[in-house]
Write a protein that binds this ligand. Structure first.
Ligand code: SIN
Length: 302
Protein backbone atom coordinates (compact mmCIF):
# COMPACT_ATOMS: atom_id res chain seq x y z
CA UNK A 1 0.00 0.00 0.00
CA UNK A 2 1.31 3.44 -0.95
CA UNK A 3 0.34 6.49 1.14
CA UNK A 4 -0.84 9.04 -1.45
CA UNK A 5 -2.14 11.86 0.77
CA UNK A 6 -0.53 15.33 0.50
CA UNK A 7 -1.29 18.79 1.91
CA UNK A 8 -1.29 22.11 0.08
CA UNK A 9 -1.18 24.41 3.07
CA UNK A 10 -4.18 23.30 5.12
CA UNK A 11 -5.87 21.68 2.10
CA UNK A 12 -5.68 17.92 2.64
CA UNK A 13 -5.73 15.95 -0.62
CA UNK A 14 -6.29 12.18 -0.70
CA UNK A 15 -3.81 11.98 -3.56
CA UNK A 16 -1.66 14.59 -5.33
CA UNK A 17 -3.80 14.87 -8.48
CA UNK A 18 -6.21 17.66 -9.38
CA UNK A 19 -7.19 19.15 -12.75
CA UNK A 20 -6.00 22.39 -14.32
CA UNK A 21 -8.70 25.04 -14.16
CA UNK A 22 -10.63 25.35 -17.41
CA UNK A 23 -9.95 21.82 -18.66
CA UNK A 24 -12.60 19.99 -16.63
CA UNK A 25 -15.45 22.53 -16.18
CA UNK A 26 -16.70 21.65 -12.69
CA UNK A 27 -16.54 17.91 -13.34
CA UNK A 28 -20.14 17.13 -14.32
CA UNK A 29 -19.31 16.68 -18.01
CA UNK A 30 -16.51 14.26 -17.06
CA UNK A 31 -18.51 12.19 -14.61
CA UNK A 32 -19.21 9.43 -17.18
CA UNK A 33 -15.46 8.81 -17.25
CA UNK A 34 -14.16 9.88 -13.84
CA UNK A 35 -15.44 9.46 -10.28
CA UNK A 36 -14.62 13.04 -9.25
CA UNK A 37 -14.42 12.01 -5.58
CA UNK A 38 -11.32 9.94 -6.46
CA UNK A 39 -9.38 13.08 -7.40
CA UNK A 40 -7.22 14.84 -4.84
CA UNK A 41 -9.47 17.81 -5.68
CA UNK A 42 -11.54 19.18 -8.54
CA UNK A 43 -10.36 22.64 -9.63
CA UNK A 44 -13.21 24.51 -11.27
CA UNK A 45 -13.13 26.83 -14.30
CA UNK A 46 -12.36 30.44 -13.36
CA UNK A 47 -15.37 32.25 -11.94
CA UNK A 48 -16.06 35.97 -11.91
CA UNK A 49 -18.67 37.96 -10.01
CA UNK A 50 -21.07 38.11 -12.96
CA UNK A 51 -21.05 36.00 -16.10
CA UNK A 52 -18.52 36.72 -18.84
CA UNK A 53 -19.08 35.97 -22.55
CA UNK A 54 -15.44 35.21 -23.30
CA UNK A 55 -13.59 36.10 -26.50
CA UNK A 56 -14.71 35.80 -30.11
CA UNK A 57 -14.21 32.53 -32.02
CA UNK A 58 -12.07 30.89 -33.23
CA UNK A 59 -10.52 30.58 -29.79
CA UNK A 60 -8.92 27.13 -29.90
CA UNK A 61 -6.12 25.95 -32.19
CA UNK A 62 -4.21 22.69 -32.22
CA UNK A 63 -0.41 23.11 -32.41
CA UNK A 64 2.48 20.61 -32.49
CA UNK A 65 2.31 18.69 -29.17
CA UNK A 66 -0.09 21.21 -27.71
CA UNK A 67 -2.92 23.66 -28.16
CA UNK A 68 -3.62 27.37 -28.01
CA UNK A 69 -6.69 28.77 -26.29
CA UNK A 70 -8.05 32.28 -26.03
CA UNK A 71 -11.32 31.52 -24.24
CA UNK A 72 -11.23 34.72 -22.17
CA UNK A 73 -12.53 33.17 -18.94
CA UNK A 74 -16.07 32.64 -20.20
CA UNK A 75 -18.18 31.65 -17.20
CA UNK A 76 -21.76 32.01 -15.95
CA UNK A 77 -20.82 33.87 -12.74
CA UNK A 78 -20.45 33.01 -9.08
CA UNK A 79 -24.18 32.64 -8.33
CA UNK A 80 -24.48 29.88 -10.92
CA UNK A 81 -21.44 28.12 -9.48
CA UNK A 82 -23.03 28.25 -6.02
CA UNK A 83 -26.46 27.16 -7.14
CA UNK A 84 -25.55 24.40 -9.60
CA UNK A 85 -21.96 23.15 -9.65
CA UNK A 86 -20.90 23.36 -6.00
CA UNK A 87 -23.95 21.44 -4.67
CA UNK A 88 -23.33 18.76 -7.32
CA UNK A 89 -19.65 18.47 -6.34
CA UNK A 90 -20.62 18.30 -2.66
CA UNK A 91 -23.08 15.51 -3.46
CA UNK A 92 -20.26 13.58 -5.15
CA UNK A 93 -18.04 13.91 -2.06
CA UNK A 94 -15.36 15.79 -4.05
CA UNK A 95 -12.82 18.22 -2.60
CA UNK A 96 -13.12 21.54 -4.41
CA UNK A 97 -10.67 24.26 -5.37
CA UNK A 98 -12.44 27.24 -6.94
CA UNK A 99 -10.41 29.25 -9.46
CA UNK A 100 -11.21 32.92 -8.82
CA UNK A 101 -11.06 35.56 -11.58
CA UNK A 102 -11.64 39.29 -11.71
CA UNK A 103 -11.23 42.33 -13.91
CA UNK A 104 -10.24 44.34 -10.84
CA UNK A 105 -8.76 43.64 -7.43
CA UNK A 106 -12.16 44.41 -5.90
CA UNK A 107 -13.81 41.76 -8.07
CA UNK A 108 -11.45 39.00 -6.87
CA UNK A 109 -12.31 39.90 -3.29
CA UNK A 110 -16.05 40.06 -4.03
CA UNK A 111 -15.97 36.57 -5.60
CA UNK A 112 -14.25 35.12 -2.54
CA UNK A 113 -16.67 36.89 -0.20
CA UNK A 114 -19.60 35.48 -2.18
CA UNK A 115 -18.17 31.97 -1.81
CA UNK A 116 -17.39 32.03 1.90
CA UNK A 117 -20.69 30.31 2.82
CA UNK A 118 -20.35 27.71 0.01
CA UNK A 119 -18.77 24.22 0.14
CA UNK A 120 -15.30 25.20 -1.09
CA UNK A 121 -12.07 23.69 0.24
CA UNK A 122 -9.60 26.18 -1.24
CA UNK A 123 -9.31 29.12 -3.64
CA UNK A 124 -6.93 29.38 -6.57
CA UNK A 125 -6.45 33.06 -7.44
CA UNK A 126 -6.02 33.40 -11.19
CA UNK A 127 -3.54 36.20 -11.85
CA UNK A 128 -2.21 34.40 -14.90
CA UNK A 129 -4.84 34.12 -17.65
CA UNK A 130 -3.24 35.60 -20.80
CA UNK A 131 -6.58 36.06 -22.60
CA UNK A 132 -8.14 39.05 -20.87
CA UNK A 133 -7.38 42.78 -21.13
CA UNK A 134 -7.98 43.44 -17.41
CA UNK A 135 -7.15 41.16 -14.48
CA UNK A 136 -5.49 37.78 -15.12
CA UNK A 137 -1.93 38.04 -16.35
CA UNK A 138 -1.99 41.85 -16.24
CA UNK A 139 -1.83 41.48 -12.44
CA UNK A 140 0.48 38.47 -12.45
CA UNK A 141 3.40 40.01 -14.36
CA UNK A 142 4.21 42.72 -11.83
CA UNK A 143 5.29 41.74 -8.29
CA UNK A 144 3.53 44.75 -6.70
CA UNK A 145 0.12 44.02 -8.24
CA UNK A 146 0.44 40.26 -7.69
CA UNK A 147 1.20 41.03 -4.08
CA UNK A 148 -1.74 43.46 -3.75
CA UNK A 149 -4.31 40.98 -5.12
CA UNK A 150 -2.92 38.22 -2.90
CA UNK A 151 -2.94 40.36 0.24
CA UNK A 152 -6.54 41.51 -0.27
CA UNK A 153 -7.75 37.97 -1.04
CA UNK A 154 -5.86 36.79 2.06
CA UNK A 155 -7.81 39.28 4.19
CA UNK A 156 -11.09 38.02 2.72
CA UNK A 157 -10.68 34.37 3.75
CA UNK A 158 -9.01 32.00 6.17
CA UNK A 159 -9.43 29.14 3.67
CA UNK A 160 -6.33 27.86 1.83
CA UNK A 161 -5.24 30.39 -0.79
CA UNK A 162 -3.34 29.15 -3.83
CA UNK A 163 -2.06 31.79 -6.25
CA UNK A 164 -1.71 30.70 -9.89
CA UNK A 165 1.36 32.17 -11.58
CA UNK A 166 1.99 33.00 -15.21
CA UNK A 167 5.12 31.77 -16.99
CA UNK A 168 5.10 34.95 -19.10
CA UNK A 169 7.56 36.72 -16.81
CA UNK A 170 11.31 37.19 -16.73
CA UNK A 171 11.80 35.91 -13.18
CA UNK A 172 9.23 33.40 -11.90
CA UNK A 173 11.00 33.11 -8.53
CA UNK A 174 10.47 36.82 -7.89
CA UNK A 175 6.71 36.42 -8.48
CA UNK A 176 6.60 33.37 -6.20
CA UNK A 177 8.37 35.24 -3.41
CA UNK A 178 6.02 38.24 -3.82
CA UNK A 179 2.84 36.21 -3.36
CA UNK A 180 4.34 34.13 -0.54
CA UNK A 181 5.17 37.33 1.35
CA UNK A 182 1.60 38.60 0.73
CA UNK A 183 0.04 35.57 2.41
CA UNK A 184 -0.41 32.82 -0.20
CA UNK A 185 -0.57 29.33 1.32
CA UNK A 186 0.60 27.73 -1.93
CA UNK A 187 1.39 28.61 -5.55
CA UNK A 188 0.27 26.85 -8.69
CA UNK A 189 2.16 26.98 -11.98
CA UNK A 190 2.36 27.18 -14.87
CA UNK A 191 -0.59 28.78 -16.58
CA UNK A 192 -0.28 28.94 -20.37
CA UNK A 193 2.51 30.54 -22.39
CA UNK A 194 1.52 33.38 -24.68
CA UNK A 195 1.72 32.20 -28.29
CA UNK A 196 0.09 32.51 -31.69
CA UNK A 197 -0.71 30.50 -34.79
CA UNK A 198 -0.89 31.74 -38.38
CA UNK A 199 -2.73 30.26 -41.35
CA UNK A 200 -0.23 30.75 -44.18
CA UNK A 201 -2.85 30.26 -46.92
CA UNK A 202 -5.20 32.99 -45.69
CA UNK A 203 -2.31 35.01 -44.18
CA UNK A 204 -4.48 35.47 -41.10
CA UNK A 205 -4.06 34.59 -37.43
CA UNK A 206 -5.86 31.35 -36.50
CA UNK A 207 -7.30 32.83 -33.29
CA UNK A 208 -9.74 35.75 -33.42
CA UNK A 209 -7.81 37.46 -30.62
CA UNK A 210 -4.56 36.75 -32.55
CA UNK A 211 -2.69 35.54 -29.45
CA UNK A 212 -3.57 32.82 -26.96
CA UNK A 213 -2.18 30.54 -24.27
CA UNK A 214 -0.11 27.48 -25.21
CA UNK A 215 -0.54 24.29 -23.15
CA UNK A 216 0.07 20.56 -23.49
CA UNK A 217 3.21 18.40 -23.71
CA UNK A 218 5.06 21.16 -25.61
CA UNK A 219 5.27 23.29 -22.44
CA UNK A 220 6.33 20.55 -20.00
CA UNK A 221 10.08 21.28 -19.96
CA UNK A 222 9.39 24.97 -19.25
CA UNK A 223 6.90 24.10 -16.51
CA UNK A 224 9.35 21.69 -14.87
CA UNK A 225 12.08 24.33 -14.93
CA UNK A 226 9.80 26.94 -13.34
CA UNK A 227 8.50 24.57 -10.65
CA UNK A 228 12.09 23.68 -9.81
CA UNK A 229 13.12 27.36 -9.64
CA UNK A 230 10.16 28.23 -7.40
CA UNK A 231 10.87 25.29 -5.12
CA UNK A 232 14.31 26.83 -4.45
CA UNK A 233 12.76 30.27 -3.86
CA UNK A 234 9.81 29.73 -1.49
CA UNK A 235 8.81 27.60 1.49
CA UNK A 236 5.12 27.26 0.59
CA UNK A 237 3.96 24.15 -1.33
CA UNK A 238 3.65 24.07 -5.12
CA UNK A 239 0.86 22.71 -7.31
CA UNK A 240 2.70 21.89 -10.53
CA UNK A 241 1.20 21.63 -14.00
CA UNK A 242 2.05 21.91 -17.68
CA UNK A 243 1.78 19.00 -20.09
CA UNK A 244 1.14 16.23 -17.55
CA UNK A 245 -0.50 13.16 -19.09
CA UNK A 246 1.06 10.18 -17.29
CA UNK A 247 2.09 9.06 -13.82
CA UNK A 248 5.72 9.49 -14.80
CA UNK A 249 5.09 13.13 -15.86
CA UNK A 250 3.52 13.75 -12.44
CA UNK A 251 6.47 12.14 -10.65
CA UNK A 252 8.87 14.42 -12.55
CA UNK A 253 6.98 17.48 -11.25
CA UNK A 254 7.11 16.13 -7.69
CA UNK A 255 10.85 15.47 -7.97
CA UNK A 256 11.24 19.08 -9.17
CA UNK A 257 9.52 20.24 -5.99
CA UNK A 258 5.75 20.06 -6.53
CA UNK A 259 3.61 18.73 -3.68
CA UNK A 260 0.62 18.16 -5.95
CA UNK A 261 0.01 18.20 -9.69
CA UNK A 262 -2.76 19.15 -12.11
CA UNK A 263 -3.72 17.40 -15.33
CA UNK A 264 -4.90 19.90 -17.95
CA UNK A 265 -4.87 19.63 -21.72
CA UNK A 266 -4.70 15.82 -21.55
CA UNK A 267 -8.33 15.84 -20.32
CA UNK A 268 -9.44 16.99 -23.78
CA UNK A 269 -7.96 14.05 -25.67
CA UNK A 270 -8.42 11.46 -22.89
CA UNK A 271 -11.20 12.22 -20.39
CA UNK A 272 -9.88 9.40 -18.17
CA UNK A 273 -6.35 10.90 -18.01
CA UNK A 274 -6.55 11.91 -14.33
CA UNK A 275 -7.29 8.34 -13.22
CA UNK A 276 -4.43 7.02 -15.35
CA UNK A 277 -2.10 9.56 -13.72
CA UNK A 278 -3.14 8.46 -10.20
CA UNK A 279 -2.65 4.79 -11.16
CA UNK A 280 0.70 5.63 -12.74
CA UNK A 281 1.93 7.41 -9.58
CA UNK A 282 0.92 4.40 -7.48
CA UNK A 283 2.64 1.98 -9.84
CA UNK A 284 5.85 4.04 -9.87
CA UNK A 285 5.90 4.10 -6.06
CA UNK A 286 5.33 0.34 -5.83
CA UNK A 287 8.09 -0.37 -8.36
CA UNK A 288 10.51 2.04 -6.65
CA UNK A 289 9.74 0.88 -3.09
CA UNK A 290 8.30 4.30 -2.16
CA UNK A 291 5.78 3.84 0.67
CA UNK A 292 4.74 7.51 0.99
CA UNK A 293 4.44 9.73 -2.10
CA UNK A 294 5.60 12.75 -0.03
CA UNK A 295 9.11 11.21 -0.06
CA UNK A 296 9.32 12.23 -3.72
CA UNK A 297 8.71 15.97 -3.23
CA UNK A 298 11.89 17.84 -4.19
CA UNK A 299 13.74 14.53 -4.53
CA UNK A 300 15.61 15.54 -7.68
CA UNK A 301 19.28 14.47 -7.55
CA UNK A 302 21.42 17.13 -9.24
C1 SIN B 1 -9.21 31.30 -20.54
O1 SIN B 1 -10.37 31.18 -20.15
O2 SIN B 1 -8.90 32.17 -21.37
C2 SIN B 1 -8.12 30.40 -20.03
C3 SIN B 1 -8.01 30.42 -18.56
C4 SIN B 1 -6.66 30.78 -18.05
O3 SIN B 1 -5.69 30.85 -18.82
O4 SIN B 1 -6.51 30.98 -16.85
Amino acid sequence: MVELGVSLGSLQMKNPVTVASGTFAAGLEYSDFVDVAKLGAVTTKGVSLHGWEGNDSPRIAETPSGMLNSIGLQNPGVDHLKEVELPWLQGQGASVIVNVSGHSVEEYVAVIEALEDAPVDAYEVNISCPNVDAGGMTFGCIPESASEVTALCRKATSRPLIVKLTPNVTDIAEMARAVEAAGADAISLINTLLGMAIDAKSRRPVLARVVGGLSGPAVKPIALRMVWQCAQAVDIPILGMGGISSGEDAIEFMLAGATAVAVGTANFSDPHATMDVIDGITRYCEEQGVTDVKELIGGLIC
